[in-house]
Design a protein around this ligand. Structure first.
Ligand code: ADP
Ligand code: MG
Length: 865
């Protein structure tokens, strides 16, 4: 270090504290980066890498960005997940002795950006922290610095639960303790793509204790403490807009794990990872960006309390009943700016006069919104109107103080209205009078000298001057003015009087600009006092926006208000898939009923590929989610229970996109559903067991269905291409077969997408192959093999295996017969025999397929009784 120049020594000292950030080191009008920071940033930002003399050690790599356009470069880096430490000169270079003192004034990180250009209006920008405890629980804390929102949740489902909770949430950065296991860290990075930051300290300073006053568990306080400490470390300023920490009681909301959130495409599609094509895309008819953010929160956490859901239904219904009022309301809401983030910026201190005007205009809309809401006849909407606080004091303050069209800068005046402050008015008068005197001077001097082109001008260097063109100089009496400057075509003069007025004007102007800045800060501080009310107002407006959006989408798509039942019956008439029907043109979507009432818990869905099985299943799950966030649902009539959890599992072969479609993953996902589901849950198992050989997969599929039937009792949709499983209807009381109808027309398959009772009775594989124009002789051969199999197989009337799998079937056929017993002989005594046969089986000698065959035969014997 000794070899470096003093400034580089200063740099290195600061850099040592900011190892994981790009250090933007202020040098005059530039932020400079050095050493590795420079080489890396030059690459990431595509800027030129140069070098500078650093001392005896030779040249140091360097690159820089101009101070005034730094925001874009910072944004670029932060969006890529990097952190940027902004190091400013903290003393006036003119007064500095030696190297100017510099300090890091802010650390911009993905989770703590405040700057408008870096934020997505329709998305929260969360910073989260994760704290593991010895008892296996985790605490997650959230903060959105732009809105001041803080919350914590306790997770007891292990690390899987953590991933599920964080999945799909707009979390940009997670603060973890340094000793968090490497496995978890990689998981967070890979699965969620977030920036990881480390912080071990968790204390919360005295001034901010009120934030956690309602948290009763130390674990929650520690969890939030980690987040809070990190915020303080990075932001280095007071944050009065931080809201009291809300405890998210996870058991008050429907649980959706990571796989289900992804498979159901609630927020984004699996393929394109964009909003289009997701449930959010269909439902988002909000008109404000804060409403759009709120809608996401609602979709993330469907409700469980009937009363709360019904309240939302009532409000949606109220909005639906009065179209014109609703339209007027939408219009009024459109002129409300982002109150939530404006409030955040007021307290963060980066608000300008234009922001305050946006705030004023937004507040100015509240009385109108209030009265529109009161014009609805639905009592709960009236109530929403009554609850809105119009905050007239704030409106009045801003209206009296700030010009409607102020400049962006807050230090150059032109912000504060006349009449707001006497002193300011006096300064302005003085300046105005002075200017008037000068204008008068010009008139008088023209007259006196008879020079029409004589003028009084102003520039920064010489101040006010009198200018006479060279052509007119002979008119000017000698010694009338003092000469100040000679131009090519003119001479410029001053007079003592003019200079005297000038200093009066300038002084008044300078004083008034300074005073304006003070006044602006004062107004801002006065507004600060209203931040909690503004935040509350913002929240009310958000909900109103989301609810009117529900009404709008429900009307457009003819959704129906569900009837929530206390038992577990599901009954849907003419149900539709909210997204697929939107994507398909010309009303071609075929609606289907769902009937899972009384004892019907499991629907076993069969039907050819592409017939609509997956669509039908997801349709039910999405309907449940929509119903529990308070929106109407896509059908003509629905009776729905309130589900505590939804599980969605997709057979490995169908899950083409995940890139990790191993059978093991499929089984682990299934395990998750089977261990966590209750009889109030909804389970979708889509072609489970496909990732392994036919019998193996079929055995597992059957065992899973039976397990759910016997041990869980959850409402379950189970689609399968194992046609054999349809026989389970005979043995499982709560299982019903349905199939998707497809018809043969002129030797081809026509998909009708209609769900009907009973099992599918045809195999369409060969027809599909025909459609795909496989060679004619091949199709003929396949038909022949199929006929042969249909004749010989006892396992199924219409096998639907692929040809390769059929070979296996023939191979094992003889074994089936070895355990055949005459059905007529069966009685209770024979049941004992079956049990004996079971006992006799040497499991270690059997492969899974043989075991399956034995099981199948044994069960068949029992059923024949
Ligand atoms: P499966 O799971 O049986 O292979 P999918 O549910 O994936 O079939 O549906 C295949 C395609 O059929 C869908 O992409 C959709 O275009 C169409 N489809 C599905 N259900 C319907 C329906 N009810 N009405 C109209 N088209 C449908
Ligand atoms: Mg499918």
């Amino acid at each position: 270090m000794a070899n470096y120049t003093p400034m580089m020594q200063q740099y290195l000292k600061i850099k040592a504290q900011q190892k994981d950030a790009f250090l933007f080191f202020r040098l005059g009008d530039f932020y400079e980066l050095f050493f590795e920071d420079a080489t890396k940033a030059a690459q990431e930002l595509e800027i030129t890498l140069t070098s500078r003399e650093g001392g005896e050690d030779g040249r140091i790599p360097m690159c820089g960005v101009p101070y005034h356009s730094a925001a874009n470069y910072i944004k670029n880096l932060v969006e890529k997940g990097y952190k940027v430490a902004i190091c400013e000169q903290v003393e006036d270079p003119k007064e500095a002795k030696g190297v100017v003192r510099r300090e890091v004034v802010q650390l911009v990180t993905p989770g703590t950006v405040m700057d408008g250009v870096m934020l997505d209006e329709e998305e929260n920008n969360y910073l989260a922290s994760l704290t593991p405890f010895d008892d296996g629980t985790f605490v997650i804390a959230y903060n959105d610095l732009t809105t001041g929102e803080n919350s914590v949740a306790m997770l007891t489902d292990g690390f899987d639960g953590v991933l599920s909770e964080l999945f799909n949430r707009p979390v940009k950065e997670i603060v973890v303790p340094t000793d968090l296991s490497a496995e978890f860290q990689t998981s967070l990075q890979d699965r969620l793509g977030v920036t990881i930051s480390k912080e071990d300290r968790t204390e919360i300073t005295e001034d901010y204790q009120s934030l956690i006053q309602h948290l009763h568990q130390d674990k929650l306080k520690i969890g939030f403490g980690r987040l809070f400490y990190y915020i303080q470390e990075t932001q280095k300023r007071s944050m009065e807009h931080l809201k009291e920490v809300q405890y998210i009681e996870l058991n008050q909301f429907m649980k959706l794990d990571m796989y289900s959130k992804r498979n159901l495409e609630l927020m984004e599609t699996i393929r394109k990872q964009g909003k289009k094509g997701s449930l959010l895309w269909v439902l988002d008819h909000t008109v404000t960006s804060m409403g759009s953010r709120m809608l996401k929160k609602w979709i993330e956490r469907p409700l469980l309390k009937k009363q709360l859901i019904e309240e939302r239904y009532n409000q949606v219904e109220g909005f639906l009943e009065q179209f014109f009022e609703r339209e007027t309301l939408r219009e009024a809401l459109q002129s409300v700016y982002d109150l939530e983030r404006l409030a955040g910026r007021v307290s963060y201190g980066n608000v300008n006069a234009r922001d305050l005007i946006q705030l004023k205009q937004s507040i100015g809309k509240i009385p109108e919104i209030k009265s529109i809401l009161r014009s609805f006849s639905q009592p709960e909407l009236k109530k929403l109107g009554d609850q809105l606080h119009p905050l007239q004091e704030v409106y009045q303050l801003l209206d009296e103080s700030i010009y409607d069209d102020p400049p962006i800068t807050i230090k150059e005046g032109g912000l504060i209205k006349d009449g707001f402050n006497n002193q300011l008015d006096d300064y302005r008068d003085a300046a105005r009078n002075g200017k008037q005197w000068i204008a008068e001077l010009e008139r008088k001097e023209r007259e006196a000298t008879n020079i029409k082109s004589l003028k009084v001008g102003y520039n920064r260097v010489f101040g006010y001057y009198i200018e006479v063109t060279k052509a007119n100089l002979h008119h000017l009496p000698e010694g009338r003015y003092e000469r100040k400057q000679t131009l090519t075509n003119a001479e410029r003069y001053i007079t003592p009087e003019l200079k005297e007025k000038e200093s009066l004007i300038l002084e008044a102007q300078e004083k008034s600009v300074d005073l304006e800045y003070d006044m602006f800060l004062k107004v801002r501080d006065q507004v600060k006092a209203y931040i909690p009310s503004l935040q509350q107002l913002a929240e009310q407006i958000c909900s109103i926006d989301v609810l009117q959006g529900f009404a709008t989408v429900s009307e457009q798509n003819q959704y129906a208000r569900p009837e929530l039942v206390d038992n577990r019956d599901i009954y849907i008439e003419q149900g539709r898939h909210p997204v697929v029907e939107k994507v398909m043109k010309d009303d071609t979507f075929v609606p289907n009923d769902v009937n899972m009432q009384d004892e019907s818990d499991i629907l076993l869905i069969t039907g050819p590929n592409m017939s609509g099985k997956s669509t039908y299943m997801r349709q039910l799950a999405l309907t449940a989610v929509m119903g529990q966030i308070g929106c109407f649902v896509p059908c003509s009539y629905a009776r729905l229970p309130i589900f505590d959890q939804i599980f969605t599992r997709i057979g490995a072969a169908d899950d083409l996109v995940s890139g990790q479609s191993t059978f093991m993953v499929e089984m682990m996902e299934a395990k998750h559903a089977l261990t966590k589901a209750t009889d109030r849950s909804l389970i979708l198992l889509d072609e489970i067991g496909r990732g392994t050989s036919t019998y193996d997969g079929m055995a597992l599929a059957q065992a899973i269905v039976e397990y759910i039937h016997e041990h869980i009792g959850a409402k379950t949709l189970f689609s399968t291409h194992y046609h054999e499983l349809t026989e389970l209807e005979n043995s499982l009381n709560h299982l019903t077969n349905v199939h998707v109808r497809a018809e043969e027309y002129e030797g081809k398959v026509v998909f009708l997408h209609q769900i009907q009772k009973g099992a599918a009775d045809e195999s369409y594989g060969i027809h599909v192959a025909k459609l795909a124009e496989l060679p004619e002789p091949l199709i003929d051969r396949a038909n022949a093999i199929l006929k042969q199999l249909e004749g010989s197989s006892e396992m199924s009337e219409s096998p639907s295996y692929s040809l390769e799998e059929d070979q296996q079937l023939t191979l094992f056929e003889p074994k089936e017969k070895t355990v055949q017993v005459e059905a007529e002989q069966m009685n209770t005594k024979d049941e004992t025999k079956v049990i004996q046969q079971l006992k006799d089986l040497d499991l270690l000698e059997l492969n899974p397929i043989e075991a399956m065959n034995h099981l199948y035969q044994l069960q068949k014997q029992l059923k024949k009784q």
